[in-house]
Write a protein that binds this ligand. Structure first.
Ligand code: FPP
Ligand code: MG
Length: 331
């Protein structure tokens, strides 16, 4: 099955629901924990592999629903680092499914380009086979400039805590190399070192299967998101469950916006205080007047911003070149 399947005709009731939902705020970015494939397989007396395959088909269908609703970005939890602890057969089955579906995606490059879909893979891909790493690099690099329609982020060999630890290591390396200073480290800089640094904020996070945990998925990114726990196994997720989750988001929209605004105000305040304290430490022995302090703080803030820009640019270039090196024939 293709990642962009043939469009299904909408019933009049679905069209009506969509028009009503579109009169309110529609989330730009949805993250999904697609849970319950194996329970679905047991329920339907089918193989586990078939359960996961139907899970993929549901993903393709859901992407189409999201595109129709005007969503710009979808992030899915396809394989966690914890999933490596599953039986050898199941891990192999999930890796094989990923290979098949990536091969299909690479065959459909023209279609992906035509629809301008950007594909990102978030996770520790060095834990995967060289073949899979190469396919991922190909998919990510060929689609990286597609921005018009939508972005699909596939979390693979991912956990949020691993992502956060990794970001902290990058910051520590940056301080050690003298690229940034310890005082430059803030939650907003750490956020820019995560795998999701180029993603929009997650507006709505959906988990299926009735479990009400985040299971180490998008822990940082979902701090200001609306959470929807849906009591249905992933392959049984329907367009009606998606509509209900969006309605739940719309009901909570105002509070979420207020919480985000308060966070931004607090971040700015902390940054101003930090810049001010750094300047005072540097110039306090001169006994400066307040105009001099103001001027020095402005200069310090500008220097800090360009120091951080250079650090992040180097980090993103390093990540891009690691992917490029995975493509055979690249230097
Ligand atoms: C969770 O159900 C599902 C997974 C661990 C795999 C999810 C993968 C897909 C839906 C296929 C996507 C593939 C690609 C290439 C993007 P579970 O196995 O935990 O089932 P359970 O909760 O019933 O035990
Ligand atoms: Mg599960």
């Amino acid at each position: 099955m293709s990642w962009l399947p043939e469009r299904q005709q909408r019933s009049w009731l679905q069209q009506l629901c969509e028009s009503i939902l579109k009169t309110g705020p529609v989330p730009e970015h949805i993250a999904i924990i697609m849970d319950g494939n194996r329970r679905f397989a047991v329920k339907k007396s089918i193989d586990r592999a078939e359960g996961h395959l139907q899970g993929f088909q549901k993903l393709a269908e859901t992407l189409d629903w999201c595109l129709r609703l005007g969503l710009r970005e979808v992030t899915v939890y396809a394989f966690s680092i914890e999933n490596f602890k599953r039986s050898k057969e199941e891990v192999e089955c999930l890796m094989e499914l990923a290979k098949q579906k990536l091969a299909r995606l690479l065959q459909e490059k023209e279609l992906i380009q035509k629809h301008e879909v950007c594909i990102r893979v978030l996770g520790k891909i060095e834990l995967l086979s060289p073949e899979l790493q190469q396919m991922i690099a190909d998919a990510v690099l060929f689609s990286k400039n597609n921005k018009r329609l939508a972005t699909l982020n596939v979390c693979f060999a991912y956990t949020a805590r691993d992502d956060i630890s990794n970001a902290m290591k990058e910051l520590a390396l940056g301080v050690k190399a003298g690229e940034i200073q310890e005082s430059d480290i803030t939650d907003s800089l750490l956020e820019k070192c995560l795998y999701s640094s180029h993603c929009r904020p997650v507006d709505l996070l959906i988990r299926t299967s009735g479990e009400v945990r985040l299971s180490d998925f998008q822990l940082w990114e979902s701090a200001y998101s609306c959470l929807a726990f849906v009591n249905v196994l992933w392959p049984e997720f329907s367009i009606w469950h998606l509509y209900a989750a969006i309605l739940h988001y719309q009901r909570n929209y105002a509070q979420i916006q207020i919480a985000r605004q308060n966070r931004d105000i607090e971040r700015e305040r902390l940054q101003r205080d930090s810049d001010y304290n750094c300047v005072l430490k540097e110039i306090s022995h001169h006994n400066p007047d307040s105009a001099t302090v103001q001027e020095s703080v402005q200069k310090y803030a500008a220097d800090r911003a360009s120091r951080i820009d250079a650090f992040l640019q180097r980090l993103y270039e390093k990540r891009g070149s690691l992917l490029e090196k995975l493509i055979p024939g690249s230097i």
